[in-house]
Design a protein around this ligand. Structure first.
Ligand SMILES: *Cc1c(COP(=O)(O)O)cnc(C)c1O
Length: 375
């Protein structure tokens, strides 16, 4: 066990985000309570306008959470039973669950082990006559290779949806993510870069028809109350969360900049150590927002324990690849369905603490602790 001052670096601490702008959040709460309108209404509409502008996208539609954003986006794209959707083999399971909820089949494609994102050069070999869409992910805060993916989609007549749960504010070739693909899906789960104080999500798109479909789907399939055009869902962005998100959105770039500074500190200091760590690599066209700072190490479990013994909390994103999880293992038992890159990442990745309210001194303590791990 290390000395006391080392004993307390949590993976992520959320309350500081409230305290930093407490007056504004409290004012938003009171405004909401006084409004007398508790579902949809002005706060949701205002957040949608502001977030669409932030993403350089024409439309934003708020929904209940990130999984619903993905599910409703696929429905709006017309994905259904007998369709196949290309997904990354390395992602949070929500990406796959959305495809399953839409009634379609997941077709996993392996990632580039250095960027962790779907490898576009492996997509074409997985396309069949049933492929309807590509659902790529901006994993760990880093944009996927949009141009390469959109180019393939165009050649094969496929739609492209993006799971942008982890990369609010990131840029691809200078453009904000959220306004590039056919439809992009966002989660505002509290731990995300733009996090609410509860469940929240949204889709962004430049396609008015898609935005309109989601607006109808999220609200029981109705545009006019009690006139139900389609079999819809109840997945409205909570109005109180929208009010909170409007406050947070104003500080998102500043908070992302803090994360970026910490990530640079990690990259510089860890790269000078003589360890078996593999650092995340950032393509020249990517401006990531460091939702997570994910390293790889062949003795990941021992390193994690070493850090915990020194009071440093780390997490693993993710310990079980979706195709081996209880949710999907039975579907993926065919001899040709193995995903060795996703499997080796699952055994090697380790997410070091990072967040807008972490300090550079804390990063220094994490680096010191990593350095003391026997090489
Ligand atoms: C968080 C997350 C989701 C799901 O978001 P919820 O708001 O929890 O439903 C989907 N995909 C990825 C990659 C995520 O990280």
């Amino acid at each position: 066990m290390g000395p006391d001052y080392l004993m307390n670096i949590p993976f992520l601490e959320l309350k500081s985000g409230y305290l930093e702008f407490k007056e504004e959040f409290d004012a938003a709460y009171h405004r909401f309570m006084e409004s007398g309108l508790y579902v949809l209404g002005d706060e949701v509409a205002a957040f949608e306008t502001e977030y669409a502008a932030y993403c350089q996208s024409s439309h934003c539609v708020g929904v209940g959470h990130g999984l619903d954003a993905l599910h409703l986006a696929l429905r709006a794209l017309g994905v259904g039973p007998s369709d196949e959707v290309i997904v990354p083999s390395n992602t949070y399971i929500a990406t796959w669950l959305a495809v399953t909820q839409a009634g379609a089949t997941n077709v996993p494609v392996e990632p580039d082990p250095l960027t962790f994102n779907i490898d576009p050069s492996r997509i074409e070999e997985s396309i069949t006559k049933n492929t309807k869409a590509i659902l790529a992910v901006n994993l760990y805060g880093q944009p996927c290779d949009y141009d390469a993916i959109l180019d393939i989609a165009q050649r094969y007549g496929l739609k492209v949806a993006i799971d942008n749960a982890q990369a609010q504010g990131a840029r691809y070739k200078g453009r904000k993510v959220g306004g590039i693909a056919d439809i992009e899906c966002h989660s505002f789960y509290p731990s995300k870069n733009l996090g609410a104080f509860g469940e929240a999500g949204a889709i962004t798109t430049n396609d008015e028809t898609l935005a309109d479909k989601i607006r109808v789907l999220r609200n029981y399939g109705s545009r006019v109350r009690y006139y139900n055009e389609v079999q819809g869902y109840n997945s409205r962005l909570d109005a109180l969360q929208a009010a909170f998100l409007r406050v947070k959105l104003r500080y998102l770039d500043e908070w992302n900049a803090r994360r970026s500074k910490l990530a640079q500190e990690y990259l510089t200091r860890l790269s000078s150590l003589d360890t078996r760590i593999v650092l995340p690599s950032v393509p020249s066209w990517a401006d990531p927002v460091w939702h997570l700072f994910v390293i790889r190490h062949p003795e990941r479990d021992a390193l994690q324990k070493h850090l915990v013994d020194r009071g440093i909390q780390t997490l693993i994103h993710y310990p079980v690849p979706a195709h081996l999880s209880g949710a999907y293992a039975s579907e993926f038992q065919m001899p040709d369905s193995n995903f060795p890159i996703a499997e080796s990442l699952a055994s090697e990745v380790l997410s070091l603490p990072i967040g807008a309210h972490m300090t550079e001194d804390q990063v220094g303590l994490v680096v010191d602790a990593v350095q003391s791990f026997p090489n």
